[in-house]
Design a protein around this ligand. Structure first.
Ligand SMILES: NC(=O)c1ccc[n+]([C@@H]2O[C@H](COP(=O)([O-])OP(=O)(O)OC[C@H]3O[C@@H](n4cnc5c(N)ncnc54)[C@H](O)[C@@H]3O)[C@@H](O)[C@H]2O)c1
Length: 466
């Protein structure tokens, strides 16, 4: 086992021949904007010959020595890349040891399909079906030994790389899913405690030391609540905070973890749609102060995010709608309709690329400049999802992008707020370039950030107001 996520580290795909590591690796590298290296291809290029010929000339042992060297060189590169290894690379002890410094994803396949895919090729270890199947069996334990997670598609790989575990019913396996063996503090809110708290406590078993029940909603994100939480925690440095709840609970729980004992590990278990597609992913944590929302916080990536969609079954319709707006926004950025898993994977990929919000992570703010302005003008008496729905409408209109999906799915209705207050809030919130305002916009090739004239932005804001 290496690291729990691929943040700033090489992401290495291992698995049996025929599993599709190269195709998957290339696609994942593109999503993470990282270089991709197929080790077999690199070895062939360096040797100036093919792998079957290398096997024939040097024997398997000779090939493995070349391979181990090539892997060591690739893993020594400081720029995090995506690497796909040949199926037998893990048989070399030195390689297995080096992999501990990387994040290793096991791309699984069953023996029948693998044989279907590789029979009749010139792969040295696929010339005889009996030997092939014996090799398949022998290798499984080696993949299990080096792997940090399993994944078979691009979204699965991105989730795994971000430390997100997606499984229906995962709440009941929380004890196993919280990394390490140290003590655990459960942080939740009154509503969620009443619905899912007992199951979480039972699943955490003897590791659970304390349970902290915060007020539901934004109330939880007050400084005073955080201070009480700090006083009540009984963790040592090996401890973990498990935050079970919506975005408010994961924001406070995560920030408590970032600050308590100068930082302990934490696990997010999002129970709202907002939490599952947005708040629990990407390591931003924060509380509110009277001067504004989320003004005090920290980047503190959770050791794991446990994404159990069954927890959404008890979520009121009103809360579900808040998350639908963010899910649809993510789909607009991705250019396709996304389910919860896909939206979480998209955000995971963007945040792995840009954990500290200096680049593409800003795309996630599509529509939010307008949304924040409306919320401020409404004294935050406007549900965030409704504000985001209106904001998306405005952002899409700026580039003449089709708005029918937003209208059909979210049905945003103009709100009754004071335009001057909203405009002032927008100007306060936004970086300006001369008389222009920087916006996240959507073009035919996807999202981009560009300044737009202030009068055009104000006109679009006005259209959102009844
Ligand atoms: N850190 C980030 O990257 C990020 C991103 C987006 C939003 N946020 C923050 O998230 C917060 C909003 O999150 P939210 O919309 O999840 O709100 P929330 O945490 O207040 O949850 C909404 C309500 O639903 C209840 N609830 C939660 N799970 C439930 C369940 N399974 N069944 C029934 N009721 C349930 C809660 O008790 C609460 O009353 C905001 O403070 C926002 O700033 C953070």
């Amino acid at each position: 086992m290496g690291q729990l996520n691929a943040l700033g580290r090489h992401l290495v795909l291992v698995g049996f021949m025929g599993a599709g590591k190269t195709t998957l690796g290339r696609a994942v590298a593109e999503r993470l904007d990282r270089p991709f290296l197929d080790l077999d291809a690199a070895i062939e290029a360096r040797a100036g010959t093919t792998i079957p010929e290398l096997f024939a000339d040097r024997g398997e042992a000779g090939f493995r020595a070349l391979e181990a060297h090539a892997i060591a060189v690739a893993l020594a590169s400081p720029e995090p890349a995506v690497l796909s290894l040949g199926g037998g690379a893990v048989t070399t002890a030195e390689t297995r040891e080096l992999l501990q410094g990387a994040f290793v994803l096991w791309v699984g396949i069953d023996a029948d399909l693998a044989w279907e895919r590789v029979r009749g090729t010139n792969r040295p270890n696929a010339q005889n079906e009996t030997a092939f199947r014996a090799l398949f069996d022998a290798r499984q334990s080696l993949y299990a030994e080096v792997a940090d997670a399993r994944g078979n598609d691009v979204d699965g790989a991105l989730l795994a790389a971000a430390g997100v575990h997606h499984e229906d019913g995962a709440l009941d396996r929380l004890g196993e899913l919280v990394p390490g063996s140290g003590p655990v503090a459960l942080v939740t809110d009154t509503t969620v405690m009443g619905i899912h708290g007992a199951r979480a406590q039972e699943a955490l078993g003897s590791r659970l030391t304390t349970t902290h029940t915060l007020p539901s909603g934004e109330e939880a994100k007050r400084g005073g609540i955080l201070e009480s939480l700090w006083s009540e925690l009984r963790l040592d440095r090996a401890g973990t905070i498990v935050a079970l709840g919506g975005g408010c609970v994961t924001d406070v729980g995560g920030f408590a973890a970032a600050t308590y004992l100068r930082g302990v590990s934490w696990v997010a278990v999002p129970t709202t749609l907002v939490g599952q597609v947005d708040a629990a992913i990407g390591g931003k944590t924060a509380i509110d102060i009277p001067e504004g929302k989320n003004l005090v916080g920290s980047f503190h990536w959770p050791a794991r995010v446990v994404l159990d969609e069954l927890l959404l079954g008890t979520l009121p319709e009103r809360e579900l709608r808040q998350g639908l707006a963010e899910q649809l926004k993510t789909g607009l950025l991705a250019g396709r309709t996304l389910d919860v898993r896909g939206a979480a994977a998209y955000k995971s990929g963007i945040c792995l690329q840009d954990p500290h919000d200096h680049g593409p992570r800003r795309w996630l703010n599509l529509g939010h400049t307008f949304a924040h302005a409306l919320e401020a003008a409404a004294d935050f008496d406007l549900p965030h999802g409704e504000a985001v729905a209106l904001g998306l409408l405005a952002a899409l209109r700026v580039t003449g992008h089709d708005t029918s999906l937003v209208e059909r799915e979210l049905d945003p209705k103009p709100v009754s707020v004071d335009i001057d207050r909203a405009w002032e809030a927008l100007l306060r919130d936004k970086k300006r370039t001369g008389d222009a305002i920087n916006l996240v916009l959507l073009g035919p090739d996807g999202p981009f950030v560009e300044p737009r004239p202030a009068d055009q932005v104000r006109r679009e804001l006005e259209r959102l107001i009844a």
